[in-house]
Structures are given as structure tokens and as C-alpha cells.
Design a binder for this molecule. Sequence first.
Ligand code: AGP
Length: 663
Amino acid sequence: MVFYIVNLILSPHVENTKFYLIIKIIFVSNFPSIFIHSLDISLALHYNAFIMCGIVGCIGTKKAKPILLDGLRRLEYRGYDSAGLAVWDGQTVNLAKTKGRVADLAELVREQALAGTVGIAHTRWATHGEPSAKNAHPQTDEDKNVFVVHNGIVENYKPLKQKLEQLGHCFQSETDTEVLAHLVEHFLKQGADLEHAVKQALRRVRGTYAVLVMAASEPDTLIAARFSSPLRIGMADGQIIVASDPSAILSHTTQVITLSDGEVATINRGGYTITNITNDEVINKDVDAIEWDVSAINKGAFEHFMLKEIFEQPETLQNSFRGRLDPESGLAVLGGLESVAEQLRRIKRIHIVACGTAYHAGLIGEYMLEEYAGIPVEVGIGSEFRYRNAVLDPENDVVLVISQSGETADTLAAVREAKEKGVLSLGIVNVVGSTIAQETKAGVYNHAGPEIGVASTKVFVSQLAVLALLTIFLGRQRQMSLVVGKRIAQALAALPEQIQAILNQSEAIKKMARAYSGYKDFFYLGRKYNFPIAIEGALKLKEITYRHAEGGPSGELKHGPLAMIDESFPTVFICPQDSVYDKNVSNMEEVRARHGRIIAVATEGNGEVKSLAQDVIYIPKTLEMLTPILSVVPLQLFAYHMARELGLDIDKPRNIAKSATVE
Ligand code: AGP
């Protein structure tokens, strides 16, 4: 409720509502304006948006085009589904945008002089509006006077867009960002200069942003502003560079200042001035020296994208939950399913179809949805489902596909099979505007940001989180009580911090991986919710260390695989304190009796397990249905550290690719 009220204060465009005026008296009479802003900051930071795009701008004596293109190349790891730039050439602002990579943009402008020395550019990771030239940034107003590049999400873009359309503005794109261009133009036309037009526009935004704005009407000025998305400014030899992260600045200077939330930089050829967005107070910033080496910087401080993505998982979960999880009401808000919500109320069976790691997520979804939503579920592997002639009932069934890339051919085939048989198809997809996202009737985006490492980690955890949200969504349509819904929602909200506690054990797991790097064969075993984690953990090890690893249900041990166990064949048991823990203990005894070494993933405080396993990795306690989101993290780190010990190409393992777009 406080969040909602705070937003009314910061959105003067609703000045004439009685509710707003009452709240204004309450808040402004008791708190300085900065309090309101800081409260908004804290609330926004709580939902820290980890949306990734690359922003770069420059003004000075050198030609802008090469600086902008080089900057985008260094930022492309942040997002790469479309790109664009705008350069003032002394007469007009030249705009060039394209779907695809930065290389496609460079090819598009190769023949264009673009002689100007001031410009802005952007490489996009789509959140609103599929990847296309139209939706690429810079976004502009209809007069092509204002040009905006943006990293973040304007959560309240729909009401702002409606208000602007009522004022006669015409929109071209499906993006949230375009609203900013029209808002700035609106205030310019009311007589504000570019700095104050941008400030007035941003004060009406709820969400997160790093923005760079230029205008044909004030061509020698760039305005930069940030709120919960990074933005830095470097200055050297009269050249000023603004970028999302230092990698685009480092080749010009190592001296940068970092904008803080609520700060606005007014940049021109003589330098820059930083002021507070609410009261124009001038702010003096310290200049920081960057020590990072450019080649590594795209991975931040991490040696590999896979490790970076493992460590991003707390933010990834927050981003997947943002605007969707309400622990107070015990509800999950999944806007992408609104159009089919009533049909989902009536379904009687779910067919989950996916491949690889996404299939393992589906197996866990089966346990969640059957136990908590009471809906029968069957899970199929894409490459089998497409040839199986599955029995699908258009009245009662739904096909739910899960795919990080949204391009996996075998999974896409399941979508088309569902459509052929008149069955509703839904997707849980990470890449906005991907083929599967376009061809399914409805769905839920992961909002996990680009996953560069071939071995899927953060998106897998996001898939499990979205499946848990879907379980609440469907369960509360049925017999799930408010109490149970709240319990699951509250446990989900606690997961980011709990994952961080596991990540803090990375060095200990690194030592363990080194100790086991000589073994050639591994068994991974788990039960119920953690049986699929056993398969997923085995896959992680296989695909980046190339060692043989077999995952399966602990209960199957005695039906044959136990014959393999001896001192040369370690077993990883995923055995949290859950409803089948005692059964896992029996299985661990069976392995010990054959002199098999055991690595156990167990719940914090479980002392007994130390007498059963040579090595133990502890995870925090959570609901049984959510233990996979925690138990997979040690297995990701174990695989990563072993592959690093073996000196292998972790981000690009041999023989496999990030997305299997062919059969
Ligand atoms: C997982 O680490 C692998 N990269 C692979 O199994 C992957 O999960 C599978 O190819 C499915 O890809 P998708 O999620 O993009 O459809």
C-alpha cells in the first residue's frame, strides 16, 4: 500500500485526483521530498530489476559513429536482439536501427557518413515488444525531435501512454521506452529545457531506468539519468563517454564517475553537471579509477559467463518475481496468462514438453502442480513427444512448453502439434519475441536476462520459480487455500537470500570439486522433487567436464545400478530434510556398504548426514516443493569448479550449442 501511495506522490500527472491531494498533505507535511524519493528507491531496489541492455553515448571532438559502434560491441553481452544509434550531423539527427546484432547495425550504417560528434546508441534485450527495428532504441517522439535509449522497465507505461494518447501523441512501437520520448517532448513543448523536460518526465515513471536523451532542438546536450540500472560517465581529452558499464569507456579512459539513483547529468562539450532529479541541487561526485581488464569486463569480475550467471541467481529470482508475487495475498499475478485465465480454470490435464535442462524443470513442475494444484500432469521430452502421437483433448488439456531460447526445434514441434490438435499451448520462455513465444497462445517470460553460458543455470532456477508461481496461480483457482498460497509465496520471497548463502560456500565447493576431479564416473541420486535435480546435476557435470555422470531416482538403486558402485564411483545424494529423507538415508547406507564415496546435499543443521557422507554441502531449509531451487546451486558450482580444475572451455563446451534450433 505504501508503495502505491509513494507512487502517487511521484506522479504529479494525477494531481487533480482527490486521493492524490490527501496523500500529498499526509506525506509532504511529515517527510522531506527526498524521503519520498528514497522510500521509492528502497522499494524499487527491493525489486531490483536485472533487465540488461547496453547504452552508450558520446559528445566531444571525435566522430561519434565509431565510438558508438565500438561501445555497443563491448556491451553486447548485455543484450543482443536488436540495436540502434542516433547521431547529430550539424543539420539533423540521423537515426539507424535494426533487428539483430551490433554487426548488423554496423553493416547498416557502413556507407552512411554520420559525420557528427554527438550521439547515443543501444543494444537491446527485449522486455516489452518483440525484437524488431521498430522496437529497437533509440525511441523517438512523432516529430523525431527527442531520442531516448533506456535500460530498465517503465512499469506504469500503460497509464502514461493512455494519457499521452489522449493529448494527441501517436505511438509507433510496442515498447515501454517510447513513453519517455513522448513525455520529454510534452514538457519541451511546455517550455522546459531538455534537462528539466527529462526530469519532469522521469519523475512520473515507476520502475527502473538508465536513460540517455538527446534532442534535435538542443543538439549539443546529452542528458543522462539513472534509477536502479547502472550508468557511468568518463571524460578524457575533451571527449565524454556515457555507458551502462565501464567496458565501453575503458578504451578512452579509466577515470569514471558512477551516477547514483536520483541523479541527472547534463552533458555538453565543456563537461558535465550532476544535479538531483527532484530539487536541481548540484552534486559533486568522486572520480573512480577502473582496474578491470577490458577483455574480462563483459563477465564483470567473473572468469566465465557460467559463473557470473550462477552468481546472478538471487537477482534473477527477484526479476522473475517482480510484479508477480504478492506474499500478502498469497496470489501470483501472471499478466501473460490473463487472456486464457478462464480457460485455465477448466483444464483437467497439463502436458509439459521441453528438452534438456528445461525438461528437468518440467519434471519438477509435475510434482508441484499435482501436489498443490491437484491437476494431473505428464511430462514429455520434445524429441519424443513430436513422434508419439500423444492423446490430446482440446476441451480439457493444455500443452505447456518450457524453453530458455524459445527456438528449440523439438520443443517448437510440440507447440505446433498442440495447435494441430486444437489444444491450448502455453510457454515459459526467456527470450522475448522468440518463435515459441510468438507461436504459443499465452505464456510467462522468465525475465532472467541473457544467458550466455551454454550450460543453463540461472534460467533453470527461474523456470522453477515461474512453475511455482504457476502452481499458485492454478492452485488458487482451485482448492489451494489462502494460507497455503501465502506460505508458498513467502517461501519464494525468501529464496534469493537463501541462494546467496549457498553461493557464499563457493570456495569450499571448489576444494571439493578439486578433490573429486580425478574420478571418471559419478552417480547423482534424489527422490521426489529432487529426483529431477539428480538428473540436472548429472547433466551439468557431463556437459562441461565431459565426465560420465548418471542421474536417477534413489529408489531405483537396488534395481540394478547399485552393481556399479565401488570406491571408484562416487555418488552425489540430494537429501534435504523432506518427506522422503529417511528413504534417502537407507539408500546412502546401501552405497556405503559397497565402499562408495558419498557427497550429500543436506539441510542446514543435519548432523546425522556427516556420519553417512564423506562430504556434505548444506542448503537452507525451505518448503519441500522449493528445495530444488536451492539444491541445484551446489551442483552447478561443483560442475563449474571441476571443469575449471580440468582447464576446459566452460562457456562453450565441445560438441554442443546454446540452442538446438535443428532436430
Ligand atoms: C542445458 O544446460 C543445455 N544447454 C540444454 O540441455 C538446454 O537446456 C536444452 O537444449 C533446451 O534449450 P531451451 O531451454 O533453449 O529450449
